[in-house]
Design a protein around this ligand. Sequence first.
Ligand code: ZN
Length: 140
Amino acid sequence: MPVYTSSRILIERFPHRADLMAAILDVCRCNAVTTGVFSVIGAVTRATVGFYDQTGRSYSTLVFDEPAEILSCTGNISALDGAPFVHAHIVLGYADGSVRGGHLMDGTILFAGEFHCTTLDGTPPSRAFDDVTGLKLWKL
Ligand code: ZN
């Protein structure tokens, strides 16, 4: 099991109407973050999430085209094919108190977003295809 230390904690306020996945990747690129764990709270005007069909081994995409609170969005940054890769899940709260969520995908548009990231020092874990799950998991 790899062990990391942390020497930086980044916080950022994401721009209004930014795509959440792109905003996270932008912060990583601008700050040379290759490994880290993060959270985001705020609100979205629309969300696009995935649900992984464990039998069919593919993601279905769900689009929620209405405002919601980001109750929780957590994820990690590692490497896929040598490039920074963001994996995140999001839980959204709606006006009627209902909750939806899933695997964060492109197309989640921020109303407001506050990002908090603990960067990890060292070689980022790389992802590789896993035969058992059909996912690109950490190769540890
Ligand atoms: Zn996921």
